[in-house]
Ligand binder design. Structure first.
Ligand code: GDD
Ligand code: MN
Length: 360
């Protein structure tokens, strides 16, 4: 029998959940030629080892271990692209998604739908497994925003549980953003034509073991994905993040300047301290947020910081030089300042992207 279904399971620190997951799939997918692909981002708890132990004796189980990278969406993409089956399903590795729904979802796509989504928000579905009312509120707010920005008519656009033809996934793969958690939304938005979507209700279960990885950073990435789509992908997300961090740096600079002057320092000394504090803060924020996927660690943080400071200092010189030249030619002060700042941030971004956080 040829391979029908690849179940892609992104997992990070899910060691305890691997074996129960395989057992449940085995039960739920009886009669279907399936495989499961665990995509692990080098979890410290040894998730990959747990998966490989089963894979050695069960050819339906595969494991992709990625190193130096993190991310639910990109893990799903790599798992799906490793598939040779007719259909690909995506399922969380913590048993919160109801795997017994998979045959129904498969049937829906075999019968002509482009995609079947496991939905908590259609009749018969439920999100009881969301740990707190805070998470419930956050979830419904996210859904409202997603629907507004994307116009996608899906009741559970934040679902991480869906099934589609592999050929469709492959066709959309090149257009995916790949950042953050929202791979489904990413796929729907990447499609040039409106997808025919069937929503299959399921009950979101409580986590079996381990803990959720959804945190403030994941939320920020989600906001970034929406901004990116709203701008039609014209402005690189990285640049927006970099510019926002830069704006924040200006505020830090001014605050420190005020404090230092209040403490009796001269303007020049206070401004120097303010600039240094702002550069260090900006470096940290960019390292944690803008360049999260290629974050500098260990000793590289220090050389990176030094390089970043040199780059930003040159950016500042360019900024002031251009603003001065324009001002001397009778451009208004505000306009001259804005032009200088714009050149400065573009310089800082372009040069630090290639020198400080160059992709390795
Ligand atoms: N490889 C990899 N890398 N896997 C990850 C990463 C990562 O960086 N982060 C999370 N995962 C895996 C987890 O191990 C888990 O199997 C799955 O992705 C979902 O992560 P959770 O942390 O359990 O997310 P959640 O339960 O809060 O939310 C999930 O369910 C919602 C309802 O469908 C996600 O799938 C949401 O996108 C979804 O809205
Ligand atoms: Mn979960």
């Amino acid at each position: 029998m040829s391979l029908q279904l690849s179940v892609v399971v992104p997992c990070y620190n899910e060691r305890e959940n691997i074996s129960p997951m395989v057992a449940c799939l085995d039960k739920a997918l009886a009669g279907i030629a399936w495989e499961v692909v665990f995509v692990d981002d080098n979890s410290p708890d040894g998730t990959a080892d747990a998966a490989r132990a089963i894979a050695r004796v069960d050819a339906r189980v595969r494991c992709i271990r990625r190193v130096g990278r993190r991310g639910l969406s990109s893990a799903v993409i790599e798992g799906a692209l490793s598939s040779s089956a007719d259909y690909v399903a995506v399922l969380d590795g913590d048993m919160q998604h109801d795997e017994t729904r998979l045959p129904l979802m498969l049937k829906a796509v075999e019968d002509g739908a482009d995609m079947a989504i496991g939905s908590r928000h259609v009749a018969g579905g439920a999100s009881t497994g969301l740990s707190s009312s805070y998470r419930q509120k956050l979830s419904s707010a996210g859904i409202r925003i997603a629907r507004a920005v994307t116009g996608a008519d899906i009741n559970d656009p934040m679902s991480g549980f869906f099934l589609l033809r592999r050929s469709l996934f492959e066709a959309l793969a090149g257009r995916l953003n790949g950042q953050g958690f929202k791979i489904l939304l990413d796929l729907v938005l990447a499609s040039p034509n409106r997808l025919k979507i069937v929503e299959v209700p399921y009950e979101f279960r409580p986590r079996l073991a381990g803990e959720s990885k959804l945190d403030a950073l994941v939320m920020a990435q989600f906001a970034g994905l929406l901004v990116d789509k709203a701008l039609g992908g014209a402005v690189p997300l990285r640049f927006i993040s970099f510019a926002l961090v830069g704006a924040f740096g200006v505020i830090i600079n001014l605050a420190v300047l005020q404090l230092a002057r209040g403490a009796g320092l001269s303007f020049a000394a206070a401004q120097t301290i303010g600039t240094f504090v702002a550069m260090i803060a900006n470096f940290q924020l960019n390292n944690q947020l803008t360049y999260r996927t290629q974050r500098l660690k260990g000793r590289r943080v220090w050389s990176g910081l030094l390089l970043f400071m040199v780059v930003c200092s040159l950016g500042a010189i360019a900024n002031i030089g251009i603003a001065r030249a324009l001002y001397a030619e009778n451009t208004s002060g505000v306009l001259a300042g804005a032009a200088g700042a714009a050149i400065g941030v573009v310089w800082n971004y372009a040069v630090s992207a290639t020198l400080v956080w160059r992709a390795r």
